[in-house]
Design a protein around this ligand. Structure first.
Ligand code: PLP
Length: 414
């Protein structure tokens, strides 16, 4: 059955025909039959280079042999125990070893769960009620953070969700990204438990931190006894081993993880300073629990992924070179602005690189849509939104990069 027919069926069965909003590509999404390496094969017989990569988790590409083998080996031993398994100790050791700010972790099943629990923990630890997030920052789809959220919510133009209680959201304050003065002003007047932010804004961009911004954020939050939660769900193991914490040298009180640490299977984790983490149940009074938390298949896939990255740190260098090459073509086109860091990249249809959510929203989304469609016709699948980051994986070959670069050039010059 073709994608158009499948989508007609799906629309009567699932809201909008999809399982997550940004997938509802117009007029209908393509359905994938299989994926391997850097490529997707659609049910319509089209082959595409994938620069979406499941929205970030697949840094080694699809169906990487080492990860598949780790999952298969685990499947033979069962995939849900309801008791601890040695796998979780191994992955916890790797994550705490790679992040100076992370003494302990708790595994959960998604990034959303991780940020939800980290916020609860921050409130439990400080006894304070409010949290601050960054405008356009995305931390998953739970109530406390669905205010001016990035990702699908920005794409659809409904940053505030129906069904979220105004009373609850009243405890979520906002500041613009790259604006330490706004944070300072808010903290001078408010009773704030935590500031949560994506160190690099990945769900409207990437939008990069100005020099010194994250250091300022660390200093200001510490001065006001406010916990700093770095949401590293995208940046963790994406911008390098140790994520943004190590890249920028900013030590959080708490951090959240997901995506890459599960090797493409569902996972999340939150962690941080020991004295804070020891408040999590059953060690302490902040409750958190999950049937699938620390599930063996995700842990096996995640461990194998992180092991591979540790054994092949040159991957990061190669991916950085690749996005630089794409950027050179984009800059030659003299249209819009190209932003990249490591394997994250994006073309913004705006004259200069955006510094925050307000500037991102000034982009010409119609120009983006034409560009996106052109890239797809040229065999390159980019996330279908001006407000989602493009990714590369270790599986992208030199010839893939050339095809992406050529397509970029011809679509931008068109
Ligand atoms: C994807 C993402 C989340 C949510 O993770 P899920 O696994 O989709 O729940 C949270 N924070 C950031 C920064 C993300 O990119």
């Amino acid at each position: 059955m073709k994608s158009s027919d499948l989508f007609s069926r799906a629309q009567t069965l699932m809201p909008g025909g999809v399982s997550s909003p940004v997938r509802a590509i117009k007029p209908y999404p393509f359905y994938v039959e299989r994926a391997a390496g850097s490529h997707l094969a659609t049910v319509d017989g089209t082959d595409l280079i994938d620069c979406c990569l499941g929205y970030g988790p697949l840094i080694l590409g699809h169906a990487h042999p080492a990860i598949r083998e780790a999952i298969e080996r685990q499947l033979e031993k069962g995939w849900l125990y309801g008791t601890p398994s040695p796998l979780e100790i191994d992955l916890a050791e790797v994550i705490t070893g790679d992040h100076p700010g992370i003494d302990m972790v708790r595994f959960v099943s998604s990034g959303s769960e991780a940020t939800m629990a980290a916020i609860r923990l921050a409130r439990g630890y400080t006894g304070k009620q409010d949290i601050i997030k960054v405008e356009g920052g995305f931390h998953g789809a739970h109530d406390a953070v669905l205010v001016k959220a990035g990702s699908g919510a920005t794409t659809l133009g409904v940053p505030d969700s129906a069904g979220v209680l105004a009373d609850l959201v009243a405890h979520t304050r906002q500041v613009p990204y790259n604006d330490p003065e706004a944070l300072e002003t808010l903290l001078a007047n408010d009773d704030v438990a935590a500031f949560i932010l994506e160190p690099i804004m990945g769900n409207i961009g990437p939008v990069l931190p100005d020099d010194g911004y994250l250091a300022d954020v660390r200093e200001i939050t510490a001065a006001h006894d406010v916990l700093l939660i770095l949401d590293e769900v995208i940046t963790g193991y994406r911008v390098g081993i140790g994520g943004a914490e190590v890249l920028y040298g900013v030590k959080p009180d708490l951090a959240t993880f997901g995506k890459i640490i599960g090797g493409g299977l569902p996972i999340g984790a939150f962690g941080g300073r020991r004295d804070i983490m020891e408040l999590v149940a059953p060690a302490g009074p902040v409750y958190q629990a999950g049937t699938f938390s620390g599930n063996p298949a995700s842990l096996a896939a995640g461990s194998a992924t992180l092991r591979h990255l540790h054994e092949h740190p040159e991957i990061y260098r190669r991916l950085d070179d690749a996005t630089r090459a794409i950027g050179e073509v984009a800059v030659d086109a003299g249209k819009g602005s190209f932003v990249r860091i490591g394997s994250l990249f994006k073309h913004f249809f705006r004259d200069s690189a955006p510094q925050n959510y307000r500037e991102v929203k000034e982009c010409d989304t119609e120009a983006f849509s034409r560009f996106w469609r052109g890239m797809l016709d040229a065999g390159v699948f980019l996330p279908p939104s001006q407000f989602e980051t493009n990714f590369l994986s270790a599986a992208h070959t030199e010839s893939d990069i050339r095809q992406i670069t050529d397509a970029y050039g011809s679509c931008l010059f068109a």
